[in-house]
Structures are given as structure tokens and as C-alpha cells.
Design a binder for this molecule. Structure first.
Ligand code: HEM
Length: 455
């Protein structure tokens, strides 16, 4: 009974608030155009179940088939417009990016830190982006090759003759590389503490934001506090040292003339770990799977890698076959199926209205899996990248002012790990591998269990 009463009240609340929403829209002289085609589903719940009860590609593909490349829907209480044409993605992310701000759940902002780069537009974002980009240019990361190699060699050694969960092990590898890029070599002393806190923090990323003792969210917030304390200690240690000793991301953030506060620096260090770790680890996991399933491709990669004796930065720029395997994996796996923006004002697009406050989602996966852009799109075929893809059809690292500033580092660490893996080891996948998990990145079933041994 209580539930029915609640449902009725909730329904009335939704109807009344929708009335005010549309009334204020009309009063504000909103652009007089139709909304994109599509359905909004139930009040509040919308079409959340349809999206999350199955592989999201099925939901997106069936909508695109029915309504075309722009359609409306209603997910997790938000009215959304999804766009799946390269032109629309370009408009949202590049040409009209000032009309579409990044948007995240408030709980994520609290965990990573409000001052982190992803949550901002305008001058503050521009400044942070410059500081992050300069720490990750090819020139800035080329000296890291041998340190990344040591991390890769140690990781591979620790997997020898064991049944491992590839994704979990890759997360350790990418975490260590992220710390190296942010804090340099001499921070190994704090590595274990940082790792412990970060692992507790991440468990709360997708939890209900209820900050009461015992909840995942509460534990995460405590770990977040401890993480900030460790970072504050590292910052004060750095201030006592000679500044020229370091050329990592922290040094870039700490330059006096930039005037960032300790809180801003901590939020952005945590933000970069968040952006760098699971993304790169899932791509590596997919590469291991695709290479295992495609022995001729593995053979060509191995031959390319065996021709390199002592790995150098210059060598990493001369690996065309391995680089195409990375590109094709980024396309087929499309680990970030889409991204989120929010319209900051009413926007007119292709004869439709995208109302202010609505979420806008460019669907990367659909663009990467459209036969118009990539013939026989479900096939893993690295050779297709011998020819450059059409403009705006391949955006695994996003596009425009929020595109990934860490893409060069991601590619470098993947190449270094693949060099040592293919030249020294063989591996086999254990158990069935037909399912994909979305948590939230697309991942092979159970994180891809494998057995690895020396050749
Ligand atoms: C293969 C691995 C990676 C993939 C597929 C990836 C993908 C992306 C994408 C698609 C975006 C844009 C999101 C949007 O527009 O909403 C992005 C942003 C970002 N990525 Fe990556 N990323 C990867 C690795 C990394 C690494 C290694 C780092 C850091 C070292 C990094 C740092 C960032 C940051 C800081 C942003 C936010 C940029 C901004 O808001 O201006 N990413 N990434």
C-alpha cells in the first residue's frame, strides 16, 4: 500500500514538474522546433531498464535503426539526446563544444574532487589542460621508456605459470605507469599506500552516494581523505627540494606562476589516475584476447617486435603492424561506448531542438561499428588502418577540447608491454569468451582469465 501511495505521489510530482519544465520553456521563447524522434518511456525511470538489462549496443543499434542517427530517450532520470553520426559528434565535441558542457554524477565529483579537469569548461579548464598536455607530449614522455619497461618486465614475470585475471593484472601495470608519470621514479615509497587508498576509493565510484558509516560510499570518502593527506605530504616534500629535479605531471602542476592550490593539485592527480588506469587496462585486455584469437596477426606482431633488440623511443615510433593492432582494438572494443555532455542553452540541430539541460551523448561505439565508416565492422582486421579512416569516424580518444591528453602515454605503455609479451611469452585464454561485461568499460567476460608461460 505504502509503495502504491509513493508511486502515485511520485507520478504526480513528475507530471507537475514536467508541466513547469515545458511552461518555462515556452515562456523563455524557446526555439520553435520539434524534439528529435524517439520515446521517453516511463516517468523518471524512462528507458533505463531497456538500456541496462542487455548489451547497450543492442539498445543503441535498435534505436538508430528505428529513428535515425539522432534520437531522444530518458535514462536514470535524465532526458537525453543520443547522436551517432560523425557530423553530430563533431558538432557536440568540437564545433559547438561551448554549448555542451561535460557532466558527471555528483557522487563522482565528490570522489575524484570537484577541481579535477573533467568537470570544467572555460579558463580554468584551459589552464589545466595546458599543464596536463605539456607533461604528456612525446617530448616529455620519451625519457620514460626504460622505466615503463621495468614495470612491464616485473609485471610479466609475476604472471608466469599462473592463472591470472588479465584485467586485474593490467590495472596494476597501468596504475604503476600512471604513478610514474605523475610523481616520477622516487615516489615508489608511497606507492603501496596510494594504491591501497585508491583501491578503496574506486570501489565507491558506482555506489549509492549515502555517506553513513558502513556504506561503500563512506569508506570511499574516508580513503579519499587519506589519499589527499598522502598527496599533501608529497607536495610539501617536493617544496623542500630543488624544483629542476623533476619533469613529471606534479612538477607541471606545481610551477609557482600557475598558482594552483594544493586541493586543485590533489584533485587533478587523482583525476589523472582515474582517467589513465582502467581505460588503458581494458584496451590491453582486449588486445590480449584479439591476438590469441588471431594467430596470423600475432605472428606478424611478434616478427615486428623480434626485429627490435634494445627498445628505444625511436623504435616505438616504427611499429606499424603493432600500432594498427592497437587502432583496430580501440575501434572494435570501443571501451568508452559514449560520453556525456549537457546542453547549456537550447540548441538547434538538423531541424530539431536539443533543449537546455538535456544530456547529449555522442555514441562512439555506433560510429566505430557503422558499415558506412568501416566495412565489415564486426571483423577484427588491423590492415584496414593501412588507409586512414574518414574524418570524424574514429575517435577512441574523444575529440575537441576535452579529448584525451594522455593518448601518447597510453599508446607508449601498450607498445612497451606488447614488445616484452610477444617476444618472450605465449599465452592461452582459459574458459569461454563470448560475453562482454560493461562495468562501465566494455571488458571480456570475467576480465579474461589467461595462462602465460615463457616461450
Ligand atoms: C587507451 C587508453 C585511454 C583511452 C581509450 C582514453 C579515452 C579518453 C576519452 C574518450 C576522453 C574524452 C572524454 C570526453 O570527451 O568526455 C579522455 C579524456 C581524458 N583522458 Fe584519456 N584515455 C586513455 C588513457 C589516458 C591516460 C593514460 C591518461 C593520463 C595519463 C588520460 C587522461 C585523460 C584526461 C585527463 C582526460 C580529460 C581531458 C579533459 O577533460 O580536457 N587518458 N580519455
Amino acid at each position: 500500500m505504502a509503495f502504491v501511495t509513493f508511486a502515485i505521489l511520485f507520478f504526480l510530482f513528475t507530471v507537475i514538474s514536467s508541466f513547469f519544465l515545458f511552461k518555462s520553456a515556452a515562456e523563455s521563447g524557446r526555439i520553435n522546433l520539434p524534439l528529435p524522434p524517439g520515446t521517453l518511456g516511463w516517468p523518471y525511470i524512462g528507458e533505463t531498464f531497456q538500456l541496462y538489462s542487455q548489451n547497450p549496443s543492442v539498445f543503441f543499434t535498435s534505436k538508430v535503426k528505428k529513428y535515425g542517427s539522432i534520437f531522444k530517450t530518458h535514462i536514470l532520470g535524465c532526458r537525453c539526446v543520443m547522436v551517432s553520426s560523425p557530423a553530430a559528434a563533431k558538432l557536440v565535441l568540437v564545433t559547438k563544444s561551448h554549448l555542451f558542457k561535460p557532466t558527471f554524477p555528483a557522487s563522482k565529483e565528490r570522489m575524484i574532487g570537484k577541481q579535477a579537469i573533467f568537470f570544467h569548461q572555460g579558463d580554468y579548464h584551459f589552464k589545466l589542460r595546458r599543464l596536463v598536455l605539456r607533461a604528456f607530449t612525446p617530448e616529455s614522455i620519451k625519457h620514460m621508456v626504460s622505466d615503463i619497461e621495468s614495470i612491464a618486465v616485473d609485471a610479466l614475470k609475476s604472471w608466469e605459470n599462473r592463472l591470472i585475471n588479465t584485467f586485474q593484472e593490467m590495472k596494476i601495470f597501468t596504475f604503476n605507469v600512471a604513478l610514474l608519470s605523475i610523481l616520477g621514479k622516487d615516489e615508489v615509497v608511497n606507492r603501496e599506500d596510494l594504491k591501497r587508498c585508491y583501491y578503496i576509493l574506486e570501489k565507491g565510484y558506482n555506489s549509492m552516494p549515502i555517506n553513513l558509516p558502513g556504506t561503500l560510499f563512506h569508506k570511499s570518502m574516508k580513503a579519499r581523505k587519506e589519499l589527499a593527506q598522502i598527496l599533501a605530504k608529497i607536495l610539501s616534500g617536493r617544496r623542500e627540494m630543488n624544483k629542476d629535479q623533476h619533469n613529471d605531471l606534479l612538477a607541471s602542476f606545481m610551477e609557482d606562476k600557475e598558482g594552483l592550490t594544493d586541493e586543485q593539485i590533489a584533485d587533478n592527480m587523482i583525476g589523472v589516475i582515474f582517467a589513465a588506469r582502467d581505460t588503458t587496462a581494458s584496451v590491453l585486455t582486449w588486445i590480449i584476447k584479439y591476438l590469441a584469437e588471431n594467430p596470423t596477426v600475432l605472428q606478424s606482431v611478434t616478427e615486428e617486435q623480434e626485429a627490435i633488440k634494445t627498445l628505444s623511443w625511436a623504435d616505438t615510433k616504427k611499429m606499424p603492424i603493432t600500432s594498427r593492432v592497437i587502432q583496430e582494438t580501440l575501434r572494435v572494443a570501443s571501451i568508452l561506448s559514449f560520453t556525456f555532455r549537457e546542453a547549456v542553452q537550447d540548441v538547434e540541430f538538423e531541424g530539431y531542438l536539443i533543449p537546455k539541460g538535456w544530456k547529449v551523448l555522442p555514441l562512439f561505439r555506433n560510429i566505430h561499428h557503422s558499415a558506412d565508416n568501416f566495412p565489415d565492422p564486426e571483423k577484427f582486421d588491423p590492415s584496414r588502418f593501412q588507409v586512414a579512416p574518414k574524418a570524424n569516424t574514429f575517435m577512441p580518444f574523444g575529440s575537441g577540447i576535452h579529448s584525451c591528453p594522455g593518448n601518447e602515454l597510453a599508446k607508449l605503455e601498450i607498445l612497451v608491454l606488447l614488445h616484452h609479451l610477444t617476444t618472450k611469452y605465449r599465452w592461452s585464454v582459459v574458459g569461454p569468451q563470448t560475453e562482454i561485461q560493461y562495468a562501465p568499460f566494455a571488458l571480456p567476460q570475467n576480465g579474461l582469465p589467461i595462462k602465460l608461460s615463457l616461450k
